[in-house]
Ligand binder design. Structure first.
Ligand code: KG4
Ligand code: ZN
Length: 362
């Protein structure tokens, strides 16, 4: 009989056959995500989700953006009930867990510290490993959560678009990821949120632009496309151009925004998506990769999803995550923890929280 506590001593003590027996049993892993303004916990059995709970911190909409100190305080209040809810929804007792996976970075330092300290304390009390996970890798590895959709095959290209990052990543294998391009200023989600704020929409406004754009004419206002070398992106020019356009238009017609909301949203969304997809496709062709995936909060955007799907007609295989695994969630952290354990990637020493963790770190 192989003990539940074996992972702690995995590297030093297990002989190959024992490791195979250990890994052949389903592993229950608790995932904890607290990098920004969502407190999330999930329980998985290998790559199968048993429960995924996300508590969004509404307090930030009042301030028009995430307030770091308020975010860490809200994580402190929510982490215990959220973990409790995930365990009870999964019908798993904490003593049945084999490991706890948590976000080590990148993200807001105070927020990461709350989740990381809780996860390490919880794991230590249970005598099981605490597996540090890279949030950006986890967004990509969310494609390996078991479900009805097929997972991409290595190597594939992933466009990770969130509130803090915009990256084109070549994924050679589970933990071998190469950054081909990224934003030089604002992230795509940040552009959505900042423009939404100019339109008087509450934070985070990305999904509201998406919703309002459905009744708008995307070709009505032609916002400029930046010229950035290589596979990098830039969104600050677009932001400034929308700001100047709105300022001039409202000077002449004070109700301009309200009267043209749907068309403005559709035109802004069209430009952000066209910027994203043009570079992504160019990178894919340069790398001679035809498997294309998207991930991160902005991958919930309906226009981006439709744009990627349209590439399937051009001979690309496209992979789009289910909505619940696009924005921040702990299921992606748990599945990354499981892959880390399974592939022997996890190192006991990698524990310190890091707000600026790079894609290849961990
Ligand atoms: O991945 P995520 O939940 O958090 C970060 O790691 O940043 O991404 C959040 C971002 C926000 O900027 C939010 O406005 C954006 O994703 N977002 C969307 C949509 N849903 C979320 N942007 C455009 N359209 C959407 N439907
Ligand atoms: Zn994220």
């Amino acid at each position: 009989m192989v003990s539940r506590k074996i992972p702690v001593i995995l590297r030093s003590c297990l002989i190959r056959s024992e490791f195979r027996v250990f890994m052949s049993e389903p592993k229950y892993i608790l995932g904890i995500e607290s990098s920004c303004d969502d407190t999330a916990a999930a329980v998985i059995a290998n790559d199968k989700i048993l429960a995924s709970v996300v508590a969004t911190q509404d307090i930030h909409s009042h301030w028009g953006g995430v307030v770091p100190e308020l975010a860490s305080r809200a994580h402190q209040q929510k982490i215990v009930p959220v973990v409790h809810a995930a365990l009870s929804e999964a019908k798993i007792k904490k003593e049945q867990l084999h490991a706890v996976a948590y976000t080590r970075g990148p993200g807001l330092l105070g927020s990461l510290l709350v989740g990381g300290a809780f996860a390490r304390g919880f794991a230590s009390a249970l005598g099981i490993p605490a597996i540090a996970v890279n949030h950006m890798q986890a967004h990509i590895l969310a494609h390996f959560i078991s479900g009805e959709r097929p997972a991409p095959v290595f190597p594939f290209l992933c466009l990770t678009v969130s509130g803090g990052h915009t990256q084109i990543v070549r994924v050679n294998s589970t933990f071998d990821m190469v950054l081909l391009g990224e934003t030089t200023d604002d992230a795509a989600g940040e552009a959505f949120d900042k423009i939404a704020k100019m339109l008087g929409l509450p934070y985070p406004g990305g999904h509201l632009i998406d919703k309002l754009a459905r009744n708008g004419a995307a070709e009505r206002f032609g916002f400029p496309e930046p010229r950035v070398p290589g596979f990098d992106y830039s969104f600050s020019g677009l932001k400034t151009s929308v700001m100047n356009f709105l300022r001039n238009a409202t000077r002449e017609q004070p109700g301009f925004i309200e009267d043209n909301m749907a068309d403005i949203c559709a035109s802004v969304q069209e430009r952000i998506v066209s910027i994203l997809l043009r570079k992504f496709k160019a990178a894919a062709d340069a790398q001679q990769i035809t498997q294309l995936a998207i991930s991160g909060g902005v991958s919930a955007n309906s226009r981006l999803r439709a744009g990627l799907e349209a590439l399937a007609a051009e001979g690309y295989s496209v992979f789009i995550p289910p909505f619940e695994y696009c924005t921040d969630n702990a299921a992606m952290i748990a599945v990354t923890g499981w892959l880390s354990l399974k592939e022997g990637h996890w190192k006991h020493s990698e524990t310190a929280i890091s707000a600026r963790l790079g894609l290849q770190d961990l």
